[in-house]
Every structure is written in C-alpha cells, then in structure tokens.
Design a protein around this ligand. Structure first.
Ligand code: UDP
Length: 325
C-alpha cells in the first residue's frame, strides 16, 4: 500500500508511520513541524514539510495517488482550544477539507482519521460505546466531531472509505519514539518530566471527584496499540462508508493509580500537591473497545498501565529533553 500520513512527525503519527513501514508499505509524511519533530520521522519515510492548506504542495504530493491517507495533522491542546477557538476551527477544519478535496478529486480512497474521546464530552455512563451521545465540552472536541461529520458526508457523497479512530488517553513510547509536546499537559509525561527536571512542577488536578479515590479515571492506551489499529483500519476500509471506532484499553485507572504505577516503575517516592480541578475534566472516561475488536481484530496488547509507564519512563530517561529540538 502507498500511504500518506499527515502529521506523521508527531507523537502518534510517527509511531504509526513506523508501523506502516514495518508492514512493507510505502509511507510519505506531510507535516509542517509546528508541533512535530524531524527526529521522530522514521527512516524510510519521505517527509514533505508544509501545510495541507498549501494547494501547490498538496498537488505535488498527490502527483501519484495514494491507496490510503491517515490524517493526524491538527491542533490538539484542549486549554488552547478554549482560549483561541477560531485558530482551532480554521486550522483543523481547513486542513481536513483540503485533504478530503484532494482525495475525492483522485477517486475514492481509504481515509483513517485521528479522532478523540473528547467527542463524548461528559458521558452519562462508562464504558462508552460508539453510539453514546456526542456532546463535546470544549472547542477541541467540537472540531474533532465536526471533522467526523465532514468525513461522513464525504463518504456518503463521494465513495470515501473512512474510519474515525476515537483515542482515549494515548500514552507510552515505542522504542525510539515517545511523547514530546511543548507545552506538555498530559499526566504521564508531565509526571515523568517532573522526576527528571526539578523545574517541572506536578500537581493532581482535583481529588474530590465522584470516583473511588476522588481522582479522575482515564483509559490509557499504549501508542504501539494505537499505531497497530491504524494499520488494521487501512486494511479493513475497503468499501465506502464512515465508521467510528473507540480505541482504549477498556479499563479505567485513577490519577492516584497512575502515581502508584510511576512510583513502582521509577523507584521514586511521590507526594504531589493537590490543586483545584482543571476546568472541563470529566470524572470518568473508559472506552468500550468491542467494536474495534470485532471489526478490526484489534487487541490492546500493550495497554496494561505498568507496561505503558515502563515504556514511557525508558523513553524519557533516554531523551531527557525530548527530541532535543
Ligand atoms: N492531570 C493531573 N495533573 C497533571 C496533568 C493531568 O492531575 O499535571 C489529570 C487530569 O486532571 C486528568 C488526568 O490527569 O484527570 C488525565 O489528564 P491528561 O491531560 O493526561 O488527559 P485528558 O484526559 O485530559 O485528555
């Protein structure tokens, strides 16, 4: 298969690109490197540096058609999306529409789209199936939902075979590739960075949630399992239609349980301060992953929390300043 990976220099995108190459497929990456890292681009992938909205660049990249596209390139910081919503609407939708126009112009193709559990907002219950109410509570989640709707329209009208993968909490590292965001807002990398760098402060955001230990419960899914799901989805998507699939380990872990796992993996004692709740954090997010298991034959084989934390810790220790760029 010949595959284009937009955003393939980012965290999940680069691990996925490496996984597609390991399948023996030909991989090209389009990334403007605004948040991605050249060092994350796997050897063997062609890197086109630029934006999807650059029509001339896109025409050159699509001079030879692709069998499939995996679309990661998007803004993805929840707090930033609340402060600068118009940037998110313009960039996330503009990039998606530009890519889909190009795909549709070249005839039907496969498109695997990087979506998020953020499309569910505050779910009425967990585990969350794909047909749960779609009620995002922040601009980031609303742009992801709008992009899913655009994909569904394109599938209906233009014969696209589209799969939206709704990730729960992506975490862990895969060999040479790990999580390096600036700023880093996510629980596991923030915690690990605070152990390596005294200047990084770590706090628990709220311990008065209606959960067993009062801290938020999340479903952590190993980035290697996410990458495998993209490869499986590309293989599976051989007929027109739109299919949303949850990708989560299917079990919830509280923030305090993550702290315990990090203490065990690192041998460090942790006693972080408890701060106020972070606005917009639902108490519990846990995936039902039945549909991905059934349709794709996917298994979250690496998504046990101790393994996620061990792999993330190994990467952070080997890369104390991330990709160093
Ligand atoms: N969290 C925390 N301290 C931090 C970062 C995150 O207590 O420095 C909590 C956060 O409130 C949430 C959970 O960890 O309950 C996971 O947050 P993260 O940002 O990793 O993912 P999200 O679920 O928001 O996508």
């Amino acid at each position: 298969m010949r595959v284009l990976v937009s955003g393939g220099a980012g965290y999940i995108g680069s691990v996925t690109a490496a996984r597609l190459l390991a399948r023996g497929w030909s991989v090209e990456i389009l990334d403007d490197l605004s948040t991605g890292h050249v060092a994350a681009v796997p050897p063997g992938a062609v890197l086109h540096r630029g934006r999807l909205e650059d029509r001339d660049l896109l025409a050159r990249v699509f001079a030879r058609p692709f069998d499939g596209v995996v679309h990661f390139a998007a803004r993805s910081l929840v707090a930033q999306s609340q402060a600068r919503p118009l940037d998110y609407w313009r960039d996330n939708l503009g990039a998606a529409v530009a890519l889909l126009e190009r795909l549709v112009a070249g005839g039907a193709a496969r498109c695997v789209f990087s979506s998020s559990a953020a499309v569910y907002g505050e779910p009425p219950s967990v585990p969350i199936p794909e047909d749960a109410p779609l009620a995002p509570v922040n601009t980031y989640g609303r742009t992801k939902l709008a992009m899913e709707q655009i994909l569904a329209d394109a599938a209906r009208a233009h014969g696209l075979a589209a799969v939206a993968l709704r990730y729960f909490n992506a975490a862990g590292a895969d060999g040479q590739r790990g999580e390096h965001h600036e700023p880093e807002t996510h629980l596991i990398p923030r915690l690990l960075r605070s152990l390596l760098d005294q200047a990084v402060e770590f706090q628990i955001f709220g311990d008065d949630y209606p959960t067993p230990d009062g801290t938020c419960v999340r479903d952590y899914v190993h980035v290697a399992d996410l990458a495998e799901a993209h490869a499986l989805a590309l293989e599976w998507a051989d007929r027109p239609g739109f299919t949303p699939l949850n990708l989560g380990g299917g079990r919830g872990w509280s923030v305090r349980e993550v702290l315990d796992a990090v203490a065990r993996a690192t041998g460090r004692a942790l006693a972080p301060a408890v701060a106020a709740r972070r606005p917009g954090d639902p108490a519990r997010l846990v995936a039902s992953n039945e549909r991905a298991r059934q349709l794709l034959g996917w298994r979250p084989a690496h998504s046990d929390l101790p393994q996620i934390v061990a792999d993330a810790w190994a990467w952070h220790r080997a890369h104390p300043s991330g990709y160093g760029d």
